[in-house]
Design a protein around this ligand. Structure first.
Ligand code: SAM
Length: 224
């Protein structure tokens, strides 16, 4: 039986990693990484030397087969993404799907929990987060309106991911919805990093402040 560990890694601050995650990264035969340069930064910080195999969104079928083959040979693997929990809005999800499909009971998939940007943002939101709706990145074109309709109808706070290039556009579009324009939002920028900033308020108050931000990663929470 081989093991595929799904290892959560920091979303910024390199100290945000569990003892167990570090032990697993030291023990496995290979680490599957979304961006090997980013993962090397983490591994160097903890003095971990391990062969890396790159795995990204558009990895060819041959790469997936190569990874499945490693499991077949009894190798133990750790999957990490650029940040946070692999499989949550990053390429890991596809690989895990393939392993479940092709390996069934031949490989054990083990979660090594840790950071996740959505959960970190929810934890400081001050909203009632007993229930929430996570929608990942809103589509750029097709399906965008449908997602915004879903946000407007949600009975729970809605969490979305956005890039610096699109956060202002998204806030401005959301403020055009009668049902959304007066809601409270939290925008969490650069969580756990040097320039971490939390914006709280109405969408129209927040949007002009965010417009000034030229860099960063963002989680947006729209209260119900
Ligand atoms: N798997 C990751 C997780 O567990 O959160 C998410 C990966 S997704 C490709 C990257 C997006 O997550 C970014 O565009 C941003 O919306 C959000 N994100 C990741 N790190 C963040 C941070 N430090 N602060 C704010 N948002 C972050």
């Amino acid at each position: 039986m081989s093991f595929l560990y799904i290892v959560a890694t920091p979303i910024g601050n390199l100290e945000d990693i569990s003892f167990r995650a570090l032990r697993i990264l030291k023990e496995v035969d290979f680490i599957l990484a979304e961006d090997t340069r980013k993962t090397l930064k983490l591994l160097n910080f903890y003095n971990i030397r391990k062969p890396l195999v790159s795995y990204f969104q558009h990895s060819k079928l041959a790469k997936v087969e190569y990874i499945l083959n490693l499991l077949n040979q009894g190798k133990n693997l750790a999957l990490v993404s650029d940040a946070g929990t692999p499989g949550i809005n990053d390429p890991g999800g596809k690989l895990i799907e393939e392993v479940v499909k092709n390996f069934g009971d031949k490989a054990q998939i083990v979660p090594i929990p840790g950071p996740n940007a959505a959960i970190a943002a929810l934890s400081i939101s001050g909203f009632n987060t007993d229930r929430f709706l996570f929608l990942g990145y809103p589509p750029h074109k097709k399906g965008r309106k449908k997602v915004f309709d879903e946000i407007s109808k949600s009975r729970y706070p809605v969490v979305i991911y956005e890039s610096v290039h699109r956060i202002t556009k998204t806030l401005n579009e959301l403020s055009g919805f009668e049902n959304i324009k007066d809601r409270k939002v939290v925008v969490a920028r650069e969580l756990t990093k040097k320039f971490e900033t939390i914006y709280r308020g109405g969408i129209s108050e927040i949007a002009p402040q965010i417009e000034k931000e030229k860099l960063g990663e963002f989680v947006l929470i729209i209260n119900k």
